[in-house]
Design a protein around this ligand. Structure first.
Ligand code: SF4
Ligand code: SF4
Length: 214
């Protein structure tokens, strides 16, 4: 899931300065779970913008916005309201915002959210980053725990040696990721995997933009 936070109203009003008529778009998936761009947040944004003198030309929650077919359908359904709008306030991640821009044939899109990371939902309002999309997953050798996120230095070949009382030397509040990996490998009877030596990470696997063409 893409974890996001809402931008402050001051920043949003700053880039909406020249735009009076605004169409609001939210996301039925990630931004709804993050409570940054679901139905409630879109309604709250409508109230806040109206107070500032903006005219809301329409509202829609796309499911999901990051799908250009859905964005095109949204455009077809709301053509008239969109044509009289100065822009769309996208309460969705940056991926969704660009999909909306493409689906609405280049309509001006303003981002209301900052997309932060790919994260796991622990419980309501608590999210944690477990994967940085490195493009070359190694967790088969690390007991299902990602060393790139759980170790502060993203080390691939075992601990740095700086941990104290099983805490990380970079952040003493955090458990050392490599001790976690060691313990889990031990439980699994796979401690021999600690001896695997990996070469330098192939960062070309994570070059941008990534693309898959089926
Ligand atoms: S190694 Fe870590 S960052 Fe890379 S794909 Fe696997 S979980 Fe994601
Ligand atoms: S103490 Fe552990 S988690 Fe921290 S940087 Fe070193 S190996 Fe990584």
């Amino acid at each position: 899931m893409i974890i996001s936070k809402q931008k402050g109203l001051k920043e949003i009003l700053g880039f909406l300065k020249g735009a009076k008529k605004i169409f609001l778009v939210g996301c039925a998936q990630c931004a709804t779970v993050c409570k940054t761009g679901g139905e409630d947040e879109v309604n709250q944004m409508e109230k806040a913008l109206k107070k500032e003198g903006k005219v809301i030309t329409g509202k829609a929650i796309l499911d999901p916005p990051c799908h250009t077919v859905k964005a095109k359908q949204f455009y077809q359904k709301n053509k008239d309201a969109l044509s009289e709008s100065d822009g769309i306030l996208a309460m969705v991640c940056g991926d969704g915002a660009q999909s909306i821009m493409e689906g609405t044939r280049g309509k001006k899109v303003y981002p209301a959210l900052d997309a932060l990371f790919l994260g796991m939902v622990q419980r309501g309002g608590h999210f944690i980053q477990k994967c940085v999309l490195c493009g070359e997953c190694v967790i088969d050798a690390t007991a299902g725990i990602c060393p790139l996120t759980v170790c502060s230095k993203g080390l691939l070949n075992g601990p740095c040696g700086g941990s104290k009382n099983e805490k990380c030397e970079v952040d003493r509040e955090r458990d050392c990721g490599w001790i976690m990996i060691y313990k889990r490998l031990k439980e699994l009877g796979e401690l021999d995997k600690m001896k695997i030596i990996r070469g330098a990470k192939d960062n070309s696997k994570a070059l941008h933009p990534q693309k898959i063409e089926g």
